[in-house]
Design a protein around this ligand. Structure first.
Ligand code: PRP
Length: 217
């Protein structure tokens, strides 16, 4: 259940946290503790009625869905994999931008492997996105669910391809993999708990408006 009189915002450490700070500033909210310098999970702000909770990126939708947080910032990738049930998603914040792509070893013939009716082994953390992508192409996919370091799978021969986030492309390059297909552009979205939206309407509306005014071009 959400805490009355308090707005709780769920963020994940790293890029999403950093790129949400200017949006918070637009809403008059300043986080007064540095998440990189402590192991605290609940951070206070300059406003007594606003706090930030730090959770795993993949857990942001879950915390907001269950009312552990009123508002959260989560990547489109995370939201698709979660399903987004009971979440109001009012804004694309245009932050933490990257893309979801297919990558293979340079010596792998991807064009031949994705002919209609063929079969491909794909390692990924993003099983919903990957299975939908290959189903749309009419390609049978054997999915290997991993939780990180996916780049390793094609190198070791466990998979033919990976489906992963690409930002600079440096990780792929360092592991001699090539990006062969972009599946979708990714950015982070604002998510809101449905009950909070009704019970804390005014406070939440203000945050949404301020965030909207500060979305980077
Ligand atoms: C992501 C992704 C790649 C890397 C791509 O991992 O899984 O490994 O970033 O970025 P690049 O194209 O700029 O090299 P992230 O660092 O988000 O951590 P994760 O492995 O926990 O997902």
């Amino acid at each position: 259940m959400t805490t009355p009189g308090m707005i709780t915002l769920a963020l994940s450490k790293g890029r999403i946290f950093e790129e949400t700070l200017p949006l918070l500033a637009a809403a008059g909210i300043e986080v007064t503790e540095d998440p990189e310098k402590s192991r605290k999970l609940i951070l206070s702000t300059n406003r007594p009625d606003v706090r930030v909770v730090l959770v795993r990126a993949t857990d942001v939708p879950t915390y907001v869905q269950h009312g552990g947080a009123d508002i959260g910032v989560a990547g489109k990738d995370t939201l698709i994999e979660h399903g987004g049930d009971n979440l109001y998603q009012p804004l694309d914040l245009n932050i933490a931008k990257c893309r979801m792509s297919v990558a293979v070893r340079a010596d792998f013939d991807y064009a031949a492997a994705v002919k209609q009716g063929s079969r491909i082994r794909v390692a990924t953390k993003y099983t919903t996105i990957a299975s939908e992508h290959f189903a749309n192409k009419g390609v049978h996919v054997d999915l290997i669910k991993l939780y990180g370091s996916m780049e390793l799978a094609p190198l070791i021969g466990v998979a033919d391809a990976i489906v992963d986030l690409v930002s600079t492309g440096n990780t792929l390059k360092a592991n001699h993999l090539v990006e062969v297909e972009e599946i979708m552009q990714i950015s982070s979205r604002l998510v809101v708990n449905q009950a909070s939206l009704k019970l804390k309407r005014e406070a939440i509306r203000k945050v949404i408006q301020a965030f909207e005014s500060a979305i980077p071009a």
